[in-house]
Design a protein around this ligand. Sequence first.
Ligand SMILES: *Cc1c(COP(=O)(O)O)cnc(C)c1O
Length: 445
Amino acid sequence: MTAPTQAAPPITTVSQELFARARQVTPGGVNSPVRAFKSVGGTPRFIASADGAYLTDADGNTLLDYIGSWGPMILGHNHAGVREAILEAAVHGTSFGAPGWREVALAELVTRLTGTQKVRFVSSGTEATMSALRLARGFTGRKYILKFRGNYHGHADGLLVEAGSGLMTNADDLGQAAPSSAGVPPEYAGLTLVTEYNDPAALDALMAARGHEIAAVIFEPVVGNAGVLLPTPEFVAALHRSREGGTLLIADEVMTGFRLALGGATELLHLTPDLICWGKIIGGGLPVGAYGGRAEVMEYVSPQGPVYQAGTLSGNPLAMAAGLATLTALESDPGLYGRLESYTERLAQGLAQAAADAGVTVCINRVGSMLTVFFQAGPVASYTDAARSDTAAFAAWFQGMLARGVYWAPSQFESIFVGAAHNDAELNATLSAARASFQELKEAK
Ligand SMILES: *Cc1c(COP(=O)(O)O)cnc(C)c1O
């Protein structure tokens, strides 16, 4: 048999083959955009299995994972306690459309750990923020909401306004901005006011001008979705001041909840929000979101109150089992958050040293087990700052890490997540891959 002379380049890997098939039947080949590797280039790895700190792709390559399913897998993949709880629940039926004991047990645990009084379970973080905002509007009788530039709160219409690393436009002095997605009517976007994160004077000014019309201020207490941004104490004080005229303060802890502490960023930063939204870790790798707060506000939710919100799969027994097992494991290991902190601190120091040795300028933002390496001098305190990063340099460094078996978050504007299965061997492997990738980046320049 002779080889054809003008053959198309062969599909060489299972991931490439799956991506080609996926693109025929799914927009962009993925079910959530960042998975497509669009901002770093190349073919996304299709994952066949995961265990501890590692993923195995469809070609059998082992990858050291820093995404942790974008946060939920704080205990590591395939954790025995979580797996057994899911299997045990599945034996008794997978969905009832009627209440069950696990919903009660998880609600008791969540309210106790977070200092809230009542909680409602939904199936994603998007549903949690969307529902909390409807509740705030129902409770206050006001129609505007206020969010911060580059904070991401899921993909509900009114929240796709200056929502992170997508298309960004500038809000005017009254906080009005254009939608950051096609398909969002400007009338919806018009009900969402936007101002800069970590700018207490701008927040005070907007509240003074329009506070009486604003149902809720929603914020990421520590931002993960513009890369990691830490709030200044002055900004936290301004957030608390924004409640004075009856506006509800909504802490979107979908990413930070149960990650920065058992009581989330609310505990860590001594916040006093009216409502908190959760997702990610609360479901231990299964689809769960939730929102909660003090009884007086939560009792506005149907069937107790007039604000409608429902879900066929809300409180699903498998999802509740995974959440219960995850939060129970976190609570029963009091040293865990300290270990995550210590690993991530050493990771930050090692990365900074490796970059400096190679002559690559970076600014590393870190809190607890969340970290972003910004390819710029910094400081990075807002989305506007983050947007100055050298995204081409990040992409090249990301590819260097991936080629060495380290699966970093495939965008400059994301956090990485360290989990309980990351130990010294993983730290050393990561830092030697990082050192080589920084050197390679320097030599390419
Ligand atoms: C992930 C995330 C969401 C959206 O949650 P989904 O489960 O993806 O809908 C909302 N807010 C924050 C802060 C998030 O990190």
